[in-house]
Design a protein around this ligand. Structure first.
Ligand SMILES: Nc1nc2c(ncn2[C@@H]2O[C@H](COP(=O)(O)OP(=O)(O)OP(=O)(O)O)[C@@H](O)[C@H]2O)c(=O)[nH]1
Ligand SMILES: [Mg+2]
Length: 301
């Protein structure tokens, strides 16, 4: 059997479950997940083996109507992910159906996937009854020429094997792109920064998660096999710093502990994590912050 390998872009509205699906297919938490919209900010690659095929899944930021520079760069990154892929999988939420946002993505897909195969994955099927799914499948396929439709629950795992098996036959013949045991293509320092951002997003309310970014400044291996990791949390306003620190430093302590535990599990050795909050009013318009996130600054212009 010849080997196969290719890129599979996961696209959809914010919160559709793209990152959950990536983690499920790869079998490890590579991309952060929260119940809030616009969690993922850049393209994140996870690698999965399916028989003789290597599937490189590309998790993308959600597609929505952008307002800020950062939003525009995120949406551009998502469309680039779709344009560069061998196969595109559009995820939608079963209980929300064919929303305005989904319709806008379908309109965009017509122009941007020329000839490329696009599959539909109706996610979160655990939240609806069967008749709803049949109707939605009909409506979606009337609206766009999908190659296949899959009904899945990324969280519970239903239908994910079928999707993987199909993708394995769709990616082109060719040598594998990554070593067989590699699961992610993202620098460790970035994965670690994302883990901290996830913990912040889970604990902070309203707009604050959208007004901060996390960067790993240094990563120092120690003789005893542990690592010292220093990260900076950039916020735009003075007031935000206080909220992140919390009363008596409570919030930052909790974030630091949760992030440290997750990073430790991922790297498999002891980690000392040091977080610092810096106020930087203009960070949302700084080129360097975008490159640290893996985004193209010009895309946001
Ligand atoms: N009930 C249910 N919830 C799910 C399922 N898949 C994902 N979720 C939840 O949906 C929420 C969003 O999941 P994410 O994977 O972060 O969604 P996303 O599409 O990556 O979102 P963005 O990065 O913001 O674009 C999380 O709370 C998940 O736990 C599913 O199959 N069933
Ligand atoms: Mg995501």
């Amino acid at each position: 059997m010849p080997t196969r390998a290719g890129f599979v872009a996961l696209i959809g509205e914010p919160n559709a479950g793209k990152s959950t699906l990536l983690n499920r297919t790869v079998g490890a938490k590579v991309s952060i997940v929260t119940h809030k919209v616009q969690t993922t900010r850049a393209r994140i690659r996870g690698v999965a083996m399916e028989g003789d095929s290597q599937l490189v899944f590309v998790d993308t930021p959600g597609l929505f109507r952008p307002r800020r520079r950062l939003d525009r760069a995120m949406v551009a990154a998502a469309w680039t992910g779709a344009a560069d892929a061998d196969v595109v999988v559009l995820l939608i939420e079963a209980h929300r159906g064919l929303t305005e946002g989904v319709q806008a993505i379908l309109d965009g897909l017509q122009d941007r996937t020329d000839g490329r195969k696009v599959a539909l994955a109706i996610n979160k099927i655990d939240r609806v009854e069967a008749p709803v799914l049949l109707k939605l499948t009909e409506d979606m396929n009337a609206a766009f020429g999908f190659e296949r439709t899959f009904m899945i629950s990324a969280e519970k795992g239903h239908g994910v094997d079928d999707l993987r098996a199909w993708l394995a036959t769709e990616v082109p013949e060719g040598p594998w792109l990554y070593p067989e045991d590699q699961i992610a293509d993202l620098p460790m320092r970035m994965i670690a920064a994302e883990m901290t951002r996830e913990k912040l997003t889970l604990r902070l309310h309203q707009e604050l998660p959208y007004q901060l970014t996390v960067e790993t400044e240094s990563w120092e291996a120690r003789k005893d096999g542990s690592a010292r990791i220093d990260q900076v949390i950039y916020v735009a306003r003075d007031g935000h710093k206080g909220i992140i620190l919390g009363k008596g430093g409570e919030t930052i302590k909790a974030v630091s502990k949760a992030a440290r535990e997750e990073i430790t599990e991922f790297v498999g050795h002891k980690v000392h994590l040091f977080l610092q909050v810096k106020v930087r009013p203009g960070w949302l318009d700084e080129a360097e912050r975008y490159s640290e996130m893996g985004l193209d600054f010009r895309d946001g212009a």
